[in-house]
Design a protein around this ligand. Structure first.
Ligand code: CMC
Length: 425
């Protein structure tokens, strides 16, 4: 076998340099020694590793996903979201004592300042999108916790992490309640993480909301599946904003904003809209044909990294069965199953390695559980908060540089200013 390195040669000068391949990558800093001022042109960062990370392992070709070395399948089956959040943040599963403390700390930080709700959230327009409200509310939290700016004080850092993970469901439910004109529900400290969120979402006049345990468990599993996914768009946004040493609330708000779009956290909403547009199984072949002709995309299919079945989609399909036992089957499921069946057998999708991703089935479950479409990206943001924060901590601990990429300028050469009355139309 050859050496674990590459050699680059500058054909203008004949100079060459050997760069070692380490952990599957080559150092761009080494490249710069030979070719200062020659930049890698990599729109979308398709071929760029922005960091070293020990949080999430993803092999898109083999369809493997692990958090801190633990297979996602085992975590989904045996763990809880709060335990997984701890694992992502600390690198190890908690002992029983550590977990009790963690659960206690999260439970007792779920309340939000009354001004966040009364003055800030209630200032939105009556039909505000809950994700827009969440993006803003998370940023606003930085003004309530001045100590958050002290990002290299480890006690303060952990306190903000606890606050963010604990308060996200409260903010999320508050945004929903406001957008549908329902009164705010305070957190119930006697409930577990998912049941408490469901209580804040759905409680009406009853003294205590008892979430269906099957639905609470299904939501918890979905939270585990969404907790981290290495260097995706929103995590990169978190790292980019955090690299300026902004406080964690401001950085996390940037991550939420990146998650808002239909190519990322909004994809499961797009899946439901697509399934509703298709309307019936009979229309599936025509719809697939139109996608192949370039009229739109098959939402919930394809992934920048997975070129195989997304392992999260496989787990979600099982969760869907449990949820539908309680809620009754979502009528869109049959259309989704038919779409998957036809697409997986079609040369267009096979040759491009397009498989269902996590969002293909998650929206169908959320809809069956009663969540409005607008809440889908919000439901993604709640658990991803732990992943964003783990990545942020890792970045700060690595003494990283501020993110500041280069560009290849393709605009006009220098030219002189022309007064307005002398300009040609
Ligand atoms: N339907 C039909 N064709 C597709 C699809 C799709 N969903 N996705 C990719 N393609 C085609 C694309 O047209 C292109 O074909 P060609 O080579 O003939 O031009 C080829 O596959 C490669 O596509 P790409 O846009 O270069 O791939 P990408 O890695 O840049 O995009 C993606 C990844 C997720 C943005 C894209 O697959 C997509 O738009 N999927 C639908 C939206 C979606 O489900 N997003 C959720 C992603 S998973 C959750 C998350 O991480 O947030």
């Amino acid at each position: 076998m050859g050496r674990e390195s590459i050699t680059i040669t500058d054909n203008r000068t004949g100079d060459s340099l050997e760069i070692p391949i380490l952990n599957g990558g080559v150092s761009a800093a080494e490249w710069q020694k030979l070719l200062p001022g020659i930049w890698f042109y990599d729109p979308g960062l398709l071929s760029t590793a922005m960091c070293e990370s020990s949080i999430t392992y993803l092999d898109g070709g083999a369809g493997i996903l692990r958090y801190r070395g633990y297979p996602i399948e085992q975590l989904a089956e045996q763990s809880t979201y709060l335990e997984v959040a701890y694992l992502l943040l600390k690198g190890e599963l908690p002992t029983a004592e550590q977990f009790e403390q963690w659960k206690h700390d999260i439970t007792y930080h779920t309340f939000i300042h009354e001004n966040v709700r009364k003055r800030f959230l209630e200032g939105f327009h009556y039909d505000a999108h809950p994700m827009g409200m969440l993006v803003s509310a998370v940023a606003a939290l930085s003004t309530f916790y001045q100590d958050a700016k002290d990002i290299f004080n480890l006690d303060s850092r952990w306190k903000q992490i606890t606050r963010l993970i604990a308060k996200m469901p409260t903010l999320a439910a508050a945004a929903h309640r406001f957008s549908v004109g329902m009164p705010f529900v305070y957190p119930d400290n006697s409930l577990d993480f998912a049941s408490n969120f469901l209580s804040m979402m759905w409680k009406t006049a009853e003294p205590r909301y008892e979430a269906n345990p099957v639905l609470a468990h299904a939501l918890d599993v979905l939270f585990i599946l969404h907790a981290d996914h290495e260097q995706n768009c929103s995590t990169t946004a978190m790292r980019v904003a955090g690299s300026s040493h902004a406080d964690p609330y401001s950085s996390l708000s940037a991550a939420c904003a990146a998650l808002y779009g239909p190519r990322h956290g909004g994809a499961n909403e797009a899946v439901i809209r697509m399934l509703m547009e298709i309307g019936s199984i009979d229309n599936v072949p025509d719809f697939i044909a139109s996608v192949k002709q370039g009229h739109g995309r098959l939402q919930g299919f394809g992934h920048r990294v997975y070129k195989n079945y997304d392992p999260r989609a496989r787990i979600i399909k099982q969760v869907a069965d449990q949820v539908f036992e309680v809620t009754g089957k979502n009528p869109l499921l049959d259309i989704a199953l038919k779409l998957e069946e036809i697409a997986l057998a079609d040369e267009y999708f096979i040759s491009r390695k397009l498989y269902p991703n996590v969002d293909f089935y998650s929206g169908i479950i959320y809809q069956a559980m009663g969540f409005p479409l607008e809440m889908f990206p919000v439901l993604f943001a709640i658990p991803r908060t732990s992943g964003w924060l783990a990545q942020w901590v890792e970045m700060l601990d690595q003494d990283s540089k501020i993110v500041r990429p280069r560009q290849l300028y393709i605009g006009p050469e220098k030219r002189d200013y022309v007064p307005m009355d002398k300009r040609q139309s």
